[in-house]
Design a protein around this ligand. Structure first.
Ligand code: SAH
Length: 379
């Protein structure tokens, strides 16, 4: 876990999962239950001012004010789409920014957050890849996105007509923004725990989704660490094509990736893995390719989510026409594989999948052996 400090020695409490906060509180000479009280203030009520946390002892509040802070990323800009989608540009440092998107629907509100500044995986159809990679976000920056969005949204949230009683603005969190979450395993895992913790955001495990391009060893590790829903960017039925679209496939081919997915479900008692499949005109959208997918996934606990490609400047791909997408879906359904089409939201503000570019000014990627390690270089 990375614990972020303001530079004045104060520790950002958003960087702690419950166990870490208990240890921190113990270090100040307080009992572990104080950590749970603190979490109720921070996550239950969105409070950042220790002076307002009135059921904590005065001395303890004073200690907290001296040694700790609750600090979310700063908002650079906010945009609203005609369909209600909102996109925030958030400061990562002096020159760089990440993006976060909120997608309201009838019965849920989904927050899509980032895990890295840029991305090192170089998928050919993704605009984040074009930005290059700068650095991993800290746990506090990952948790801070949800904390900030909850505060911003709850202010004027009116539950939609179909909402369940007490429904909050954010019901689902997906790690589908900028970055490859499993390449930032160390900081992402504690954040996932804060999302699902009763004293954290208290979101059901099935409503927190980590999406990965297919870092196989980390999928095995994840299975031992947390219990959240898994989405995997598949995008092609064969290794030849997938290696072209998602280069990590050269290291971890489809058969290995699928084994890791089934293992994950076994360990987690999960129901199914969602496979994302971006629909690229003339590249991966042919009926024969749907039938190949059926051969791969039939009888498996898998759902396919077809994502119409979202174009961005400079891309060589085009979105599959709607009839081709429908035909592809029908071919999958006829073959006995569950498939849905993801509705494109927020594309008028470039908030749709794969359009999150943020601002990545330093693109330093150092390859060390087999691992990709990003190094932040200050301008
Ligand atoms: N790195 C993770 C999560 C981020 S991307 C991953 O690869 O899964 C979230 C989803 O959007 C992924 O399935 C990704 O492949 C898809 N995506 C990327 N670029 C896209 C684009 N231009 N149009 C549609 N979907 C895209």
């Amino acid at each position: 876990m990375s614990v972020e400090s303001a530079g004045d020695g104060r520790v950002n409490l958003l960087g702690f999962e419950r166990a870490g906060l208990e240890a921190f509180v113990a270090g100040l000479g307080s009992k572990p239950f104080r950590a749970r009280q603190l979490m109720q203030w921070i996550y239950g009520r969105g409070e950042s001012r220790f002076t307002a946390m009135t059921d904590l002892a005065k001395d303890f509040r004073a200690q907290l004010a001296q040694h700790a802070e609750v600090r979310a990323p700063e908002i650079v800009t906010t945009q609203r789409s005609a369909d209600g989608t909102r996109k925030w540009l958030l400061r990562a440092d002096a020159t760089q920014a990440i993006e976060m998107v909120y997608i309201p629907e009838e019965s849920r509100g989904t927050l899509c957050i980032s895990s890295q500044v840029g991305c090192a995986l170089d998928c050919s159809f993704c605009s984040t890849a074009q930005q290059g990679f700068n650095r991993n976000l800290t746990t506090a920056e990952i948790v801070g996105q949800v904390w900030l969005a909850a505060r911003e949204l709850e202010r004027d949230f009116v539950p939609p007509p179909g909402a369940s009683p007490g429904q909050r603005a954010i019901t689902n969190v997906v790690l589908m923004g900028m970055g490859e979450p499993l390449a930032n395993f160390r900081n992402v895992v504690p954040a996932l725990r804060v999302f699902t913790d009763d004293f954290g955001f208290d979101i059901s495990r099935r409503r927190v989704t980590l999406s990965t391009s297919g870092l196989v060893p980390q999928i095995y590790r994840l299975a031992e660490e947390v219990n959240v829903a898994l989405a995997v960017s598949l995008h092609a039925p064969t290794d030849a094509l997938r290696s072209e679209l998602v280069p990590i496939n050269r290291r971890h081919p489809i058969a290995e990736l699928l084994e890791a997915c089934w293992h994950y479900l076994d360990e987690q008692n999960g129901r199914s893995v969602t496979f994302e499949y971006v629909m690229l005109d003339g590249v991966n959208d042919q009926p024969a390719q749907a039938r190949e997918l059926v051969r791969l996934l039939k009888g498996r606990p898998a759902k396919l989510n077809l994502i119409p490609f979202n174009p961005f400047p400079g891309t060589r791909y085009r979105r599959s026409p709607l009839p081709a997408i429908l035909r592809f879906r029908d071919e999958l359904l006829a073959g006995g594989v569950l498939a849905t089409i993801r509705r494109t939201r927020g594309d008028d503000i470039d908030a749709a999948c794969g359009q999150l570019a943020g601002r990545v000014s330093d693109r330093t990627t150092v390859r060390l052996g087999n691992r990709l390690i990003g190094v932040a270089v200050q301008p």
